[in-house]
Design a protein around this ligand. Structure first.
Ligand SMILES: Nc1ncnc2c1ncn2[C@@H]1O[C@H](COP(=O)(O)OP(=O)(O)OP(=O)(O)O)[C@@H](O)[C@H]1O
Ligand SMILES: [Mg+2]
Length: 289
């Protein structure tokens, strides 16, 4: 898939996903990840690699370990065994600067987790100002630019409860981009949304992918997987059952378990191809006007 920088690029900092030189072994690589909760084996030997600028879509039934996988990569869960490499460096070894790693790995969850008492712009800037000691003016300039990218410039001064779910999730994505992550992890970010709000969030993610961001995306949105994913992984019971190009995994799955899962979840929506965020935001009464 073409991840060239042909899209309009406002300013340099928007290139949050620009690959660093040190990524020959993939931006993220995992080796034999194993993780149990009590005697529940949740990750049973996960090996994967995400190349710079690639979008890896992870699908699989509930409980198959998808969220745990993302949480392990972001060092939110300790592993039982295995190793994780980020831009060539093992981040699961002792002495890793966890905070520095997390600043480079953006994560967005199903629940938006915005601070309810803070304005949208302050939700975006608070971490940069506190953790990075970024001056307020600089943080706000960057925050506004990112709000523009997700089609929500006009919402900067509002509080989260004044926004729709789709708008809040777009704010959460913009917030994750504030730290200039080199990879973004998305965990079912559209699952809590009303159906008519799903598209505006997927469009933002698609645009991010087009701009070259490296992404790991757990989703049930098969249309997204098909159109935006470079590779798809199907997980079941803590293992990668099948992986490959979206057209292959989704249209000609080799494994029975994959076939059964896809039959259950097939959701074919409209094509994302020709939409852009401003149009959709206006259509749903969102950030456009
Ligand atoms: N903090 C935890 N403590 C105990 N068990 C957990 C914890 N987190 C997850 N699990 C268990 O690990 C297994 C995998 O959970 P996980 O959330 O990774 O699955 P998932 O594929 O993301 O599912 P879903 O599609 O429902 O989000 C499940 O059996 C779950 O109950
Ligand atoms: Mg999950």
């Amino acid at each position: 898939m073409d991840h060239g920088i042909s899209a309009v690029e406002p300013i340099d900092t928007a290139r949050a996903g620009s690959p660093e030189p040190n990524v020959s072994g993939g931006v993220v690589r995992t080796e034999a990840l194993r993780k149990s909760f009590g005697d529940n084996l949740v990750l049973d030997g996960i090996d994967l690699e995400v190349a710079a600028g690639d979008v890896l879509v992870v699908i699989g039934p509930s409980g198959s370990g998808k969220s745990t996988l993302l949480r392990c990569i972001n060092l939110l869960e300790p592993l039982d065994s295995g190793r994780i490499f980020f831009e060539g460096e093992e981040i699961t070894r002792k002495g890793t600067d966890v905070s520095a790693v997390r600043q480079r790995i953006g994560m967005v969850f199903q629940q938006f987790n915005l601070f309810p008492h803070l304005k949208v712009i302050d939700n975006l800037t608070i971490a940069a100002r506190r953790i990075r000691r970024m001056p307020r003016a600089q943080a706000e300039a960057r925050g506004l630019e990112l709000l523009g990218r997700v089609g929500l410039t006009e919402k900067a001064g509002q509080h989260p409860h004044q926004l729709s779910g789709g708008q809040q999730q777009r704010v959460a994505i913009a917030r994750a981009l504030m730290m200039e992550p080199h990879v973004m992890l998305f965990d079912e970010v559209t699952s809590a949304l009303d159906p008519e709000l799903v598209g505006e969030v997927l469009i933002v993610m698609r645009d991010l992918a087009r701009e070259g961001m490296t992404m790991l995306v757990v989703t049930h949105e098969m249309q997204f997987a098909r159109e935006v994913g470079d590779r798809v992984i199907f997980m079941d019971e803590g293992r990668i059952v099948e992986q490959g190009r979206p057209v292959d995994v989704l249209d000609q799955p080799q494994e029975d378990r994959t076939r059964r899962f896809l039959r259950r979840t097939l959701q074919l929506g409209d094509s994302l191809e020709d939409l852009d965020i401003d149009e959709v935001a206006i259509e749903v009464g969102g950030g456009g006007a």
